[in-house]
Design a binder for this molecule. Sequence first.
Ligand code: NAP
Length: 319
Amino acid sequence: MSENEVRNVVVIGGGPAGYTAALYAARALLEPLVIEGVSWGGQLMITSEVENFPGYPKGVLGPQMMSDLRAQAERFGSELLTDDVVGIDLSKRPFRVSTGEREFLAKTLIVATGARARQLGLDSELALLGKGVSSCAVCDAAFFRNQEVVVVGGGDSALEDALFLTRFASKVTLVHRREEFRAEPIMLARVRANEKIELVTNAVVEEVLGVEPGHVTGVRLRDTKSGDTSELAVTGLFVAIGHEPNTTLFLDRLDHDEAGYLVTQPRSTATNVPGVFAAGDVQDPTFRQAITAAGSGCMAALEAERFLAAEEHERVATD
Ligand code: NAP
């Protein structure tokens, strides 16, 4: 298809939502283009075993599952472009989607750009990423057998990670910047009951230690009330302070909540711009599962298909 042709559906994002949307749109013969991102696959690419996606009774490696989903979308005629979108014009139709070098026109757009793990923003954290610093306890916990680790955060993710890590680590210190926890009370009760977990509240990780040897040797904590600092010798730091949706390109045109998640209409993936649909983590701060992302990708494709059919019906009626 030439670049000047107006596509029926352009999907932005190559995660479970994007590929599922593409699969359904392709099977509806809409010949979708998926601009999947240079590092396609999304968050599952940094996960090891996925055991909760229905249909894989023995589990599946995250990257394997993503390449299966991608191949399935491609099999039915989706065109895949391994590039990043850098510009969007939703002010008029057809919509314009730019990758810098190329521009595409679209009758409908499915935004499935996902979310990413939030980081503390320390240089030492970045330097030691993958060298003891992790955003994924489920992926990396097994590397810390009989070692001491720190988890940062006070939400369900942090507490869940801390509990999970106790299966491997000899001690888990949970560091939270406030006294009150965002997490469910039942999670907090479980954490308090676990003798391998020590809670440190009103504290933040000010520095990750170990940049010189090239692996985490500890963290420097700062008490948020007294300002006192202390060092804790650990080999792992798990940052579990939430996620941020990848929505920068859309914030000026699409309705979003205060955290930047796109807002869709109830029981629908429709956004405030007719013809633009949002699926997956980009519009879901709550569930954030591969299966829910895939489900909403399916919804978005079905809604795009209906939108195009209604428009065609109207066009024929007025001709
Ligand atoms: P979250 O609820 O937004 O919690 C993020 C935590 O990180 C908060 O305690 C926050 O502190 C802290 N934080 C944020 N930025 C920080 C920073 N720069 N430095 C230090 N601490 C920082 O995120 P989440 O835990 O990922 O959960 C997201 C959603 O998924 C929630 O709705 C949660 O219930 C759900 N979830 C559910 C389950 C489950 O049911 N099994 C498991 C995981 C997640 P403050 O509290 O001070 O803001």
